[in-house]
Design a protein around this ligand. Structure first.
Ligand code: 6R9
Length: 637
């Protein structure tokens, strides 16, 4: 029996039981059999959730890029590692072999070294979905620099916050990017961010668009000439299993974004193992995940997981609607994609379009479909199953988080019978627990509570960069000796899990996690705004959309509401990015508050969702009368 590639349900149960009874043995066998270690570990696992401290494969030495690239060169060097599909379908796709990837990563790594980047330095990568992005992250990993990739849709101030928080010495960016019919001037966003970041010594600029940008002398350089000059070989830096691999920021319900730190050994083992099993990947398959590498899904399941398995992974620069809504299906047909992994928001958007966009394409190569980022609603699930999978491809609804590093709860194709809206069963090694309001674990079936994990797994983040207390407070303080995910879930009568949504003030809009606090901070900067509260409400395509309740100052009350609305969204775009724009803005005279002054978002959420019958007892509020007024003028009635 192989732990590594599960083929049927019975085998899953066997492997799962073993993984829970002897977790260390279980992970040790996987780590030993499938990876290249330069020195073995002294100890498989050491952990203490009260500190919290988790160490996997302590004492071992490795480099993740040797596992993702070098290891495959001898027998698979000519196989395609990455298929780059450009935004413009008329531009030719690029097939990068493992051999070519090795050369590119080594050259890039040598450029980084020549700029003084060393093991442990932080490098910020702010790039669109072009090959340089994959190469840059792997080049960092090659020399032990810690990459911090910032999604290239974030604004200059969001970028600056992230650069400052992890004290990055270098930024890697491009002159611009293509997204559908639009061209975006990325470099000027970087320039604006860097006005606030004196610690950045070098900016390397990849050329992507036809532009005439200015480079700042002494700081900025074009990347290509440096690569042309660089040596083709670069010895991988030997890393401790617990050395940091990367930082990736995720929104919290309060305060600034949290830089989740992942380490080399455990993350590699976990993403590789989960990739192989969840997508049932076989040698020669072409796998495509539509996420952006700027999010954890892209880190783990476009790059590290697939490459560690010597897979062919597709990287798409564009958007699903360009040049038309058939683009995804066009790509599936063109590259004969076998596994396709996307988000419910994309599925819902495509489901609204003419079915001909699908019917005119041959999707017969597809074997497995995946979903990630938010709960997939039943309608979207069926549309995906019927029209994309032709009822012939298992759908893996994968629940996980930036913090977990890899997929935690998911069906396994051909093993786990699927039910729409259920993420189903925990992967081997994952021990979920549902907790009630009093902090007790709910045993048995047909229970609903807060979703926790009670035993460490190799892919988990080890800390919040620079703020271990925050890591402890956010994830390990709500329930003793457990990791708290921030999500709610139920376990049904056969033990299947269904994720019911966030239990905090994070709203998932089109699959992107958005903390409400930073959005409120942005709005409150508007001169006319006194106070604001943001909540999410269900939205047909985005899953959730944002609804803002805004109190205007006396002086602002006479201003045209339409103008203020525009300016508010402008501010949000500047501070966070267009993804955080509000769909609805209601001006109110007050916000419902508890006597301790905490805004009752629960009530606002209900009003925004037009679910006002069950508001509960509002009489204990500081200002119950305001609730009536808000309902009366609600924009979602
Ligand atoms: C991978 C990723 C994490 C949050 C998570 C949860 C939601 C993700 C889900 C899902 C229901 C799924 N989420 N996958 N909810 N079913 N299959 O998305 O990471 O961006 O950190 O978001 O997304 O609420 O807590 P991240």
């Amino acid at each position: 029996m192989s732990n590594y590639h599960i083929k049927h349900l019975e085998e899953y149960f066997q492997v799962y039981r073993k993984s829970v009874r002897h977790p260390e043995k279980f992970w040790e066998e996987i780590a030993e059999e499938h990876f290249l270690w330069r020195k073995p570990w002294d100890k498989v696992l050491e952990w203490d959730f009260t500190k919290p401290e988790v160490k996997w494969f302590q004492g071992a030495k490795l480099n993740i890029t040797e596992n993702c690239i070098d290891k495959h060169l001898f027998s698979h060097g000519d196989d395609t590692a990455i298929i780059f599909e450009p935004n413009n379908p008329d531009e030719e796709a690029l097939h990068i072999s493992y051999y070519e990837l090795h050369k590119r990563v080594c050259k890039f790594a040598n450029v980084l070294k020549s700029k003084g980047i060393k093991k442990g330095d932080r490098v910020c990568i702010y790039l669109p979905m072009i090959p340089e992005l994959s190469v840059a992250m792997l080049a960092c990993a090659r020399i032990g620099a810690i990459h911090s990739i910032v999604f290239a849709g974030f604004s200059s101030s969001a970028l600056a916050t992230r650069i400052l928080d992890s004290d990055c010495k270098m930024v890697i960016t491009s002159d611009g990017s293509y997204r559908g019919a639009k061209t975006i001037d990325l470099k000027s966003i970087v320039d604006a961010a860097l006005e606030k970041c004196p610690g950045v010594e070098n900016v390397l600029v990849a050329k992507r668009i036809d532009s005439d940008i200015k480079l700042k002398e002494g700081r900025d350089e074009w990347l290509q000439p440096l690569l042309d000059e660089a040596e083709e070989d670069c010895k991988p830096e030997m890393m401790d299993a617990e050395d940091p691999l990367f930082i990736l920021y995720t929104s919290g319900s309060t305060g600034k974004p949290k830089g989740m730190m992942h380490t080399c050994g455990g993350y590699m083992v976990y993403t590789a193992y989960t990739f192989k099993n969840v997508f049932n990947y076989r040698t020669g398959d072409v796998y495509w995940c539509t996420a952006d590498i700027g999010w954890i899904t892209g880190h783990s399941y476009i790059i590290y997981g697939p490459l560690a398995n010597c897979a062919t992974t597709v990287m798409f620069e564009g958007v699903p609607s360009y040049p038309d809504f058939g683009r995804f299906w066009d790509i599936v047909e063109k590259h004969k994609v076998n596994q396709f992994y996307t988000a419910p928001t994309a599925i819902r958007a495509l489901a609204k379009e003419n079915i001909e966009y699908i019917e005119t394409h041959d999707l017969s190569s597809l074997k497995v479909l995946g979903s990630v980022g938010e709960p997939i609603n039943e309608e979207a699930w069926h549309w995906y199953n019927d029209n994309v999978g032709k009822k012939n491809c298992p759908i893996v609804d994968t629940w996980w988080q930036t913090e977990t590093g890899g997929i935690m709860i998911s069906p396994l194709p051909h093993s786990t019978p699927t039910i729409p809206t259920y993420a189903t069963l925990p992967l081997p090694g994952i021990q979920p627990a549902l907790m009630d309001e009093e902090g007790n674990e709910l045993e048995g079936y047909q229970v609903q509570g807060k979703l926790c994990i009670k035993f460490p797994w190799p892919g988990m983040a080890r800390t919040v960069w620079g703020d271990h207390e925050r890591y402890k407070d956010t994830y390990f303080s709500a329930y003793k000796n457990k990791y708290f995910s921030g999500d709610g879930a139920l376990r049904d009568n056969v033990g299947y899990y269904r994720i019911t949504g966030r239990a905090d003030d994070v709203v998932i809009v089109s699959g992107h996690n958005l903390g409400t606090a930073p959005i409120e901070d942005a709005i409150n900067e508007h001169q006319a705004v006194a106070e604001s509260a943001i909540v999410g409400y269900p939205h047909e395509v985005k899953g959730n959309a944002l609804y803002g309740y805004v109190i205007l100052k006396e002086a602002g009350a006479s201003r045209k509401h339409e103008n203020v609305r525009k300016e508010i969204n402008q501010l949000i775009t500047e501070h966070i990015g267009p993804i955080a724009k509000l769909n609805k803005i209601q001006f109110v005279s007050g916000l419902p508050k508890t006597r301790s002054g905490k805004i009752m978002r629960r009530i606002l959420r209900k009003i925004a969702s037009n679910d006002t019958d069950s508001l509960g007892d509002t009489s204990t509020l500081l200002n119950p009368e305001v609730v009536e007024e808000i309902i009366e003028n609600s924009l979602n009635k």
